[in-house]
Design a protein around this ligand. Sequence first.
Ligand code: GLC
Length: 420
Amino acid sequence: MKRSIFGAVVASTLLSFSAQAETISISCGAVGQELELCQQGIAAWEKETGHTAKIVTTPNSTTERLALYQQLLAAGANDIDVFQIDVIWPGILGNHFIDLTEYTNGAQDAHFPAIVANNTVRDRFVAMPWFTDAGVLYYRSDLLEKYDEAPPVTWEQLTTTAEKVMNGEREAGNDKMWGFVWQGRAYEGLTCDALEWVASYNGGTIVDEKGNITINNDSAKQALTTAAGWVDTISPPGVLNYGEEEARGVFQTGNAVFMRNWPYAWSLGNSEDSPVKGKIGVVALPKGGEDGSHAGTLGGWQLAVSKYSANPDVAASLVNYLTSFEEQKRRAIVGSYNPTIEALYQDEDVLTAVPFFGSLYTTFANGTPRPSSATGAKYNQVSNAFWNATHGVLSGRTDADAALTKLQKDLKRISRGGRW
Ligand code: GLC
C-alpha cells in the first residue's frame, strides 16, 4: 500500500515536470569562444529550470546574420525563439520582438543606461543587453620593449613604430611579420574600423544625431587616405578581405605588431596554447594627429524574444538567465566579453582576468556609436554605402575626395533628402 502511494506521487511529479518542460531555440554567435560560452550558460539554465534550449548556428559575419534574420522574421517563422542581436539592429528588427519589460523585473536598471536606451524602440524595451564591445588596440609588449618603443598615441606614431618593428623582425628572419592587422573586408566590421579612423580625426560619425549627413569633410578624407596608406606597407594586401577572426589569426600566431580588434581577442591571445600568451598589451585606439581624439566604435550584442515564439515566457527566462550578473561575470573572466552591468567593472575577479576593463573603462562606457538611432530602419543601407566607399579608397579604386562626394549623394538619396 505504502509503496503504491509513493509510486503514484513520483509518477505525478514526473508528469507535472514533463508537462511543463519546453524546448526552445536560440541563435548564439560563434566568434571566438562565443558558442562554447553560450552552450555552458544554456546547460546551467536547463539544469535550473528543466527546460531545454537548442542552439541554431548563424553566420559569423554580422552582415550575413542580419540578412538571415530578416528573412526568417519577415516570414514570421518561429524557428528561433531567442535572437542574439547586434547593438545596431533594434531600429531595424525591433518590431519583430516582444516588449521585455514585464519579464525582467527591472533587471535592466543595473545595465549601462545608454545601451538600455538604444534597445528601447518607440517605448518598447525590445532586447536585454548581453555584452558590450568597443574597438581597442592590441600590441606586442615584448616587441615594443625590444625596439624601445612606447604604445602609440597617434596613428602617425603607430605607422612609424609598426614599420620599424616589422622591418627589424623581417631582417631577423621572420619574413611573415606585418605591422598592423584590422578588419578591411567590405562588411559591417569595416564600418566599425573606418568610423574609428574618421572620428579620431574629429570627422564625425557619418550621420549626426539629428540625421544630418556629415561624412563629406576634410578630416574624414584625411582619415581614409591615411588608412589607405597602410595597405601593402604595414598591413598585408589580404587585409582587404579580413574580418575579426582573420586579423586575430595573424596576430595570435605572432605575425603582427599591432591589431585592431574587440576585447574577446584578449582571452584567446592569452590562452595556454597561444604563441603570444603574456606578450600582449591593450590601449585605446590612436588619435588622428595630436589634436585628434581616441575613438572606439561601440559594438555589442543583446538578447531579444521573437514575437512569433510559441513560448515567450520560457524564452524570456533564458534571456534573464544569460544576461544575469553571474553569467556576465563568468563570460568576462573566461572569455573577456565586456559586461553590460556597470558594477562588474569594479569586480576584482573580473579586473584581475581582464585588467584593461579597468584602465579603458571610459572607452567602454563612451564608445563611439554608429548612426543607427538617427537612421533607424535605414541603418544597414547607410553602413553598406559607407563600407563600400571606404573599401574603394583602401583598394585604390578611387580617392577619398571622390568617394566621399559620391557617398554624400548616395546617403541623400537613401534618406530621401535627409528625412530618415
Ligand atoms: C562585433 C560587434 C558588433 C559589430 C561587429 C562587426 O561583433 O560587437 O557590434 O557590428 O563586430 O563585425
